[in-house]
Design a protein around this ligand. Sequence first.
Ligand code: AGP
Length: 604
Amino acid sequence: MCGIVGYIGNKNSKEILLEGLKELEYRGYDSAGIAVLQNGKFDNFKAVGKLINLEEKTKNFITDKFSVGIGHTRWATHGKPTELNAHPHVGESSYVVHNGIIENYATLKKELQEIGVNFLSQTDTEVIVHQFEKNLRELQNAFQAFEKTVSELQGAYAILLVTKDEPERIFFAKHGSPMLVGINEENEKYFASSDTPLIGHCKEVNYFEDGEYGYVTPQEIKIYGKDTKKRKTHFTKLSTNKLSSQKDGYRFFMEKEIYEQSTVIADTLLGRLGVDEVVFDELDTSLFNGINEIKLCACGTSYHAALCASYMFERYTKIKTSVEVASEFRYRSPIMTKDTLFVVISQSGETADTLETLKMAKEADLKTLVICNVDNSSMVRLADASILTRAGVEKGVASTKAFATQVSVFWMLSLYIAGLRSSMSKEDIAYQISLLREVPASVKVTDTTHERIKRLSKRYLHGHGFFFIGRDIFYPLALEGALKLKEISYLHAEGYPSGEMKHGPIALADPELFTIALLPQHLLYEKAKSNVEELSARDSTICAISALEFDKADDFIAINECRDYMLEFFEMMVVVQLLSLEISIRLGNDVDMPRNLAKSVTVE
Ligand code: AGP
């Protein structure tokens, strides 16, 4: 989604803004711009496409004295990706950048046009700066004008506004879209939509809450709440090491993130595994009192992790479990009962559809839990309880380590609840924990496997489509494998339960239909094998992933013989991730920032 940066200080604000926007590139964008106010003069630059175009436009622009600056990368929601629609948007003496959607922009725009305001863009954002200047003319006070403007906006927003009337201030407002401010000993202030651009510049950050607005100067930060009362700042240490979010020599962040799944899952398990019990210090056991149903809600890859969880929850906790696609759940008038634990899953913690379902559950007075990778994200701050996946910054748009850690957390959580409810024996829990301890080793990428997949990928660059098929918990893994391939290769792929082939899909079987078959040795192997044989008999090209040789396969990717299907699950997960990576690289695609996609979908 859109990215926002802001800066007040004596340093080279142009460079700081551009570097900050580069750190936000992974969110996906189609245009960018900056506006800097120094010596009472504004300079504004915008460009369509990648940031290199904006750098070109600003190459002769010097910022070597005190200045106030804002910057933005735009992922088009209202209006095509053009320079006119790129942010910052200008009034007569002010500039604004915004992430989110102003839902009442049409009404505001009409009223402004009726008093003679001319609009340059098709965006919802532009109404903010014109509404501010209208209020400024009436109130003759910039803060009061900003406060009034914010009160008139409906929808989701993270806003930064600068004006000649207050040349040493940045005004901010946050509601429904993430934003934070960072400070350091040099009295500089840094704004951003997420913490990565602040790493290396700031020691402490303050994540704004919904409804908060105010302004910063070199000397102070003034925060107000929806009730217009002053709010205290709540600074937390900025812990992420910038180096850890670089590529470390891999070709793409996605590749790096596949390789680091081993260490990352070890972090996820850290401090949570006893001998025969799972420990979540962050949870109060009362969260599960009176719970007779678990409802999981998410989007995309997180939805696939939720599907995996449903198999484990019902198998281990004996609690009825259902899974919902958030964008469907929102508008379905769902029946929600108070004995349901509502669990949302989100890497970013900002996905609009998932966040709205969490709000629905809260309004229905359900107990809520979020499984998330970003502390202080909107969902983490809203839910009754949260479990962090500890996957670290995931910069590849196609999610990998986030999925791996989500499934790991759900596996632990199912055992944790089983312990609370005594739905499993201590011995069985101890066995599952012994398996969990082996997962970091299971997901370690070996050169042999990676080289095999790299060679094999040349055969899968065409065809009229892919089936990824699996049974039981391997069905959501098949869905995930298909999504990975779609996202970064742009080839058509579908995930199916293996048993569904004869109910229609097998009509597509021919040599140009590539079937990626997940054949775990320890779970329904014979059943899954016969489904694959149905496809092979009709000449579909089969790529089998298994610990056991399969003579009907045209291609075969071996995984290690494991002592349990859950370890086979994680080994096959790495294979399907690497397969999509290598096919995409051969096709010459931008693996980390695939077309049309954004890392965090913070609008509907
Ligand atoms: C996964 O590869 C995609 N990037 C996408 O499906 C993603 O999982 C989905 O948008 C949900 O994002 P979230 O986990 O941040 O809520």
